[in-house]
Ligand binder design. Sequence first.
Ligand code: GRG
Length: 297
Amino acid sequence: MEFKTELKQRQEEAEKIIYSFLPKEEGLQKTIFSAMNYSVKAPGKRLRPILMRETFRMFGGQDERVLHSFMAALECIHTYSLVHDDLPAMDNDDYRRGRETTHKVYGEAMGILAGDALLHHAFDTAAASFAIPDCNPVLIGKALKILTEKSGINGMVGGQVVDVEMEGKPLNAEQLDFIYRLKTAALLECAMMIGAVLAGAGTEEVLKIEGIARKVGIAFQIQDDILDQISTTEELGKPVGSDEKNHKMTYVVLNGLPKSQEAVKRMSEEAVAELDSFEKDHDFLKELILFLIHRRK
Ligand code: GRG
């Protein structure tokens, strides 16, 4: 099957799984359920759940029931971060994934609450997997720890804090690397590490996967910066030139476009070479990482 057809199929499968964990829009608080579902159902790439599932498969994972809970949980956390990132107090963006942002549709207070609700829903969804018959509670515990760490103060939130604090200030390469590693790469590390853990991979293997995902994540953020400069709002589904508007120092500002494009390619290829060294079946995962080098949205 052609890669793009296969990717679309996996995105559809991921969406079906994720949507099955979303709340019903009923009850007196139904506005929050509706805002959560609006945010998650906006057409995203579903990269993190797909990476999780592909890594799970690479390590020979079979029973996907627990995995599905974590795929949904991670997409809820990612979505909450986007909803909060778009708020007036942060990037103040009106469009995301080709639609009006959550706070534009539901108001700022409900935007904040929808992000909060998605974060809680994520952990509720992941923790509920302990009740799956014949599950392995030790592996679920390990996966929960990764989910918490990578999304929290030593992961995504920590990176966002430094990003916000450093706005309009000059940054050196080391500081920028710190922000990219925490703000963006941490959730990709989370995806691939949980996939590996739930499939029963060993500690050394999970550590190696973390390093691989870090490279993919940093390359992904640099490509995000590149697209913010060279793409269009129509193609991206969100405003371009947002980094300049927010006086953000990015890899592209620091190193220029050609060097940034080179870095995306180099890091992605290094990640793929390290994946190859596992000598496990990972054809789609490999193609996906290489596809991200040239992604247009
Ligand atoms: C705690 C108040 C509070 C806010 C948290 C942590 C945070 C806000 C924001 C995270 C920072 C962020 C948005 C990082 C950028 C990462 C990135 C490139 C996101 C876009 O990911 P894609 O392209 O999005 O996978 P789609 O829409 O395809 O899912």
